[in-house]
Design a protein around this ligand. Structure first.
Ligand code: GRF
Length: 217
């Protein structure tokens, strides 16, 4: 089986990267992580890549006069590593249309909310303020508008009485670590693909039942 060559873009802690690296250890996982690229030097995500024996690259965005110049270097390095599919995992740079076009339908992002609710930053605090009962995370193909694009998968978690942002973020993060490998596997194997501006699936089982919150008296 030939596995899809994946590059992961990071800026920090790299816990989602870790989930992808762990999933890709399974020989039957349809993707392999071939390079981890950070726009910030010295971040924990690069240590995780090194520990997994995966190449790390640093492209400090501050070294570039413009966003497109930074992105051209990122794309060139990804291509040097033979990358076919790119995953943004806690990558804190907004990408331009040029980068989106270059990696069209080959660029995934994970966002900590049930999109289209709460695009942007501080999603957990905003979810708490809005009083939603369900929150979660989304994996989507990247488009030029931030946190928009065909959704590959979502995971919902309940907002519980007494939650603060830390508690809610931790519950969502655990869901992210399950969702991202699942979605990467679907895209890498061709079982999820973009048609029009939505994702269509083949050979995929939907979740059973429903998540109801509050659950009862
Ligand atoms: C995650 O919550 C991700 O959804 C968001 O940034 C955070 C990155 O965390 N885009 P990590 O670096 O993967 O631990």
């Amino acid at each position: 089986m030939s596995r899809t060559r994946v590059g992961v873009l990071v800026s920090g802690r790299g816990s989602n990267l870790q989930a992808l690296l762990d999933a890709a250890r399974a020989p039957d996982f349809p993707a392999e992580i071939v390079v981890v690229l950070s726009n910030i030097p010295g971040v924990a995500a690069l240590d995780r890549a090194a520990a997994a024996g995966v190449a790390g690259e640093v492209v400090p965005h501050r070294d570039f006069a413009t966003r497109p110049a930074f992105e051209r270097e990122v794309s060139a390095l990804l291509e040097d590593h033979g990358v076919e599919l790119v995953c943004q995992a806690g990558f804190m740079r907004v990408v331009t249309g040029g980068f989106v076009d270059r990696w069209r339908d080959r660029l995934l992002n994970i966002h900590p909310s049930l999109l289209p609710a709460f695009p942007g930053l501080d999603t957990h605090a905003r979810a708490l303020r809005a009083g939603v009962a369900l929150h979660g995370c989304s994996v989507h193909f990247v488009r030029e508008t931030v946190d928009e694009g065909p959704i590959v998968g979502q995971a919902a978690v309940p907002v519980l009485p007494g939650d603060d942002t830390e508690a809610l973020a931790a519950r969502v993060l655990a869901a992210e670590h399950r969702l991202y490998p699942l979605c990467l596997g679907l895209v890498a194997s061709g079982r999820a693909r973009v048609e029009g501006e939505t994702v269509i699936y083949s050979g995929v089982t939907g979740a059973q039942g429903m998540l109801l919150n509050p659950a009862g008296l």
